[in-house]
Structure formats: C-alpha cells, structure tokens
Design a protein around this ligand. Structure first.
Ligand code: ADP
Length: 327
C-alpha cells in the first residue's frame, strides 16, 4: 500500500494547450483512488508562497477543451535557490502534501529533479510544452495543437502571398528546437524551412529559391525563432537587400501558438498520461516523467528527459523529405 494520501499538482514554465486536460486527468484519477488532491497555483512560485487550493471533481469540470492552465503558471527564480526550495518543502510538509505531479518542460523537470533528490520527495512529471523537445515521449502535450495553429495561420498567409506573388518569411516558435517549424512547414508545403538543427544559411536558402521552379507565384519560408540565420526580420532585411526583385514580407506568429483549444490528440495524450502519472506515483515511481513511446506509456528519469532535443526526432530523412517536397 502506498503511503501517499495527498497529491499536489502544478503547471510550470511556458503554458501549452492540453495542460488543463492533464490537470483534469490527474485530479479525477486521484479521486478514483480515494486520494486528496491539492492545486498549487503559479508553479513553483505557489509552492514557495504556499498558494494551495483543494480540488475536487467539480473543480476540473468543463476545462478539457480550454487552452492555458486553470492553475496558472509562472517562472520562479527563487526555486533555483536552496533557501527557496527549503521553504517550498516546508510548505508541502505543513500542508501534508506528500507527492507532486508537475506539468511543464525541461526547466520544470530540472527543478523537479533537484527537489525530489534533495528532499527525497516523490515527483512525477507530465510533458507540457509546445516544443516537443523532451526525450522519453514521442509527443509532448500541446505540440499537436501548436502545429495545427501554425498550419491554419500559414494557410491564410499563403492565400494573400499567392494573390500578390509574394515571398513570405514566417517565424514560428522554437528557440532550441526546429520541430514546430519542421512539421508545420511540411504541413503547409513550405518552399524552405530554416531550423537550428539543419544550419542552412541565407546564401544556401537563396540558392535553393533561385534554382527552384520559376512558375511558383508564392513562396513561404518557415523559420524557427532559434535559427542561426537570425530572426525572420533579420533574414527579411538581408533578402530584400540582395534580391530586390522579390516582394518580401515578414510575419512573426508569436504567442498565438501557445493558446487555443487543444486538439483531440493533445486531449487524449494528456488524459492518458495524467492517469498513468498518478498510478505511477502510487506504484512508487518518482523522479521520472510519464511519456508515450511507440503507443506505450514509459517512465523516463527527469535527468534523461532534459537533454534539450531528442536527436532522433530530426533525422536526415526528415530534411530530405523537405527538399523533395519543395521542388
Ligand atoms: P519550462 O518548464 O517550460 O522549460 P522554464 O525553463 O521557465 O520553463 O522553467 C520553469 C521553472 O522551473 C523555472 O522558472 C524555475 O522555477 C524552475 N527551474 C528551472 N531550472 C531550474 C534549476 N536549475 N533549478 C531549480 N529550478 C529550476
């Protein structure tokens, strides 16, 4: 029998669509197993401020379809200090919370890894990030929704680009990872995709455009914000200078990529992982993230999830695919 009686749940770092579905799953699974469940507001900041709210089945009613997170999220520098974490631990003990489920990305898991080892405190993580940049899960919660948001937006840009014979440079999120750019770029039929992993500079990009098919009315170049060539505006300026014959426009999609109602894929992923995380905790698992690999639930130590990018996710064959399809 597990000694866990009261579970705390929080969302931390950058928000992603589907976090609410994950909260709902963890809350409902806790109630199913006759456990108390306590919401921690604003991530690790709420641990340090003891900002706790009791949760029940009703507190997660009608949220599965909502973007954002009802528990709020924050970035919390105090949690990076020993004093901050000591206070967080004291608040958990005082409130008789004996395990945590944390939903977030690599920063959240870095903090959870330190905390769980420091205080021998049970923690399981759920991958909540639009970037899909965690090792130990094929997809993160929010990624599917984010790439569909990009596809919907760029389809609209394509309409106007086609009407005016324009070249559009569209910047999408992904500071360290080009996965959003890669998938959405393929989805919109982009003429080129610039991602940090591929290291295609502006000269090579223009060589491709110049030697590509001449009869294309519009051209869409998708750029990940972390690409070495610089942001979309920098690339746009360089291109305007060197290739004045093109009518070039820049569009930075920005925060719309984080919001919106989660896709069914993200809702189901969040629901499965949420229940698995709770049951994993009861089986004594800790310091791990619940993920989905080849359709199976797997638990991966936090320290292995945060290598920033799963190198397997961007293979040369993906890049070849982009090249073939942009002919
Ligand atoms: P994400 O989880 O989306 O990657 P962040 O990188 O902002 O988001 O991390 C979320 C929070 O995790 C940070 O605000 C901080 O409270 C905590 N965190 C990140 N790195 C560390 C660390 N090295 N030590 C302790 N806590 C950390």
């Amino acid at each position: 029998m597990s000694k866990i009686k009261n579970i705390g749940i929080l969302t931390s770092g950058g928000d992603s669509p589907g976090m609410n579905a994950a909260i709902r799953a963890v809350v409902r699974a806790s109630l199913y197993h006759n456990l108390k469940i306590t919401g921690v507001l604003r991530g690790y900041e709420g641990l340090i401020q003891a900002d706790f709210i009791p949760m029940d089945g009703k507190s997660v009613a009608n949220i599965i379809q909502r973007g954002g997170t009802i528990l709020k999220t924050a970035r919390c520098d105090a949690f990076k200090t020993k004093e901050g974490r000591v206070l967080a631990h004291k608040n958990l003990v005082d409130s008789e919370i004996d395990a945590l489920v944390v939903i977030g990305g690599d920063g959240t898991f870095t903090g959870a890894d330190i905390f769980s080892k420091e205080f021998d405190f049970p923690i399981i993580g759920l991958p909540g990030t639009i970037d899909n940049d965690l090792v130990g899960t094929d997809f993160t919660i929010g990624y599917d929704t984010a790439i569909n948001t990009v596809v919907n937006a760029v389809d609209k840009i394509r309409d106007t680009a086609e009407s005016h014979d324009r070249l559009f440079i569209v910047e999408v999120m992904g500071r360290d990872s080009g996965l959003i750019a890669l998938r959405s770029g393929i989805g919109v039929g982009a003429e080129a995709i610039l991602i940090p992993e591929a290291k295609v500079g502006v000269p090579e990009l223009m060589h491709r455009i110049e030697t590509g098919r001449k009869d294309k009315a519009s051209k869409i170049i998708i750029v990940a914000e972390g690409d070495e060539a610089g942001g979309a505006y920098v690339i746009g300026e360089t291109l305007k200078e060197k290739f004045p014959k093109y009518d070039i426009r820049v569009s930075v999609l920005g925060h719309i990529q984080r919001g919106g109602s989660p896709s069914c894929m993200d809702r189901v992923l969040a629901s499965r992982l949420g229940v698995a995380a709770l049951e994993g905790l009861l089986e004594g698992k800790t310091d791990v993230m619940a993920g989905l690999v080849n359709k199976e639930i797997v638990f991966t130590p936090f320290s292995q999830t945060i290598k920033h990018i799963d190198a397997e996710k961007i293979t040369p064959s993906w890049l070849k695919l982009v090249e073939i399809l942009s002919m």
